[in-house]
Design a protein. Structure first.
Ligand SMILES: CC(C)(COP(=O)(O)OP(=O)(O)OC[C@H]1O[C@@H](n2cnc3c(N)ncnc32)[C@H](O)[C@@H]1OP(=O)(O)O)[C@@H](O)C(=O)NCCC(=O)NCCS
Length: 159
């Protein structure tokens, strides 16, 4: 488990810093997901969109920070929908993902959120294992949720 990590929110940064982090996230995103699943990480995410949060993990000491992982969630009253969790390939299996999930949980708990929900592709075994390890329970499976032959699984963590 790495102990040198900073976990933060792009809304705690100024515009220049936030745009740098978003550009780094966009590069990791492109490498990690097929083109039809790539999310856009433009400036609009930093301009106040109060319900949407972009969190990131960087190694402490690096200046400017180098993004190792990120997550995106949308909060609506007591429910948070966790849209995206990703660790840069070269930093996987070092406990970065589990720390990011713990950070999200603690933060949403503090904000008074009642539960976190997410959808995951049945075939994404590492992600499903991470979510189970983080306390999420599988609630339903929907065939073809992500396209023909790609089952989506809904998972929930009660806070
Ligand atoms: C899923 C992902 C975020 C995991 O991040 P990570 O930093 O490698 O995870 P950690 O090292 O913190 O591992 C935590 C737990 O997750 C599970 N896990 C992580 N990678 C795994 C793998 N390749 N195979 C099986 N289980 C895995 C394990 O239970 C692990 O606990 P353990 O190390 O005690 O066995 C990372 O693989 C990733 O970014 N994948 C591509 C993007 C993606 O699929 N995102 C989810 C959909 S949006």
């Amino acid at each position: 488990m790495r102990t040198d990590l900073i976990l933060s929110d792009i809304h705690s940064l100024n515009r220049t810093q936030a745009l740098d982090i978003l550009a780094q996230i966009a590069r990791v995103e492109k490498k990690s997901f097929p083109a039809n699943e790539v999310m856009s990480f433009g400036e609009e995410l930093w301009r106040k969109k109060p319900n949407t949060r972009v969190l990131y993990t960087a190694a402490s000491g690096a200046n400017p920070p180098v993004v190792l992982a990120y997550a995106v969630y949308v909060r609506q009253k007591g429910v948070a929908l966790l849209h995206k969790v990703c660790v840069a390939e070269s930093h996987r299996r070092q406990g970065v993902g589990i720390q990011l999930m713990q950070y999200i949980r603690t933060r949403l708990q503090k904000e008074g959120c009642q539960y976190i929900q997410l959808w995951v592709d049945q075939d994404r075994a590492p992600a499903r294992a991470l979510y189970v390890r983080s306390g999420y329970a599988e609630r339903e499976a929907i065939a073809d949720y992500y396209g023909p032959g790609r089952t989506g699984i809904r998972m929930v963590l009660n806070l």
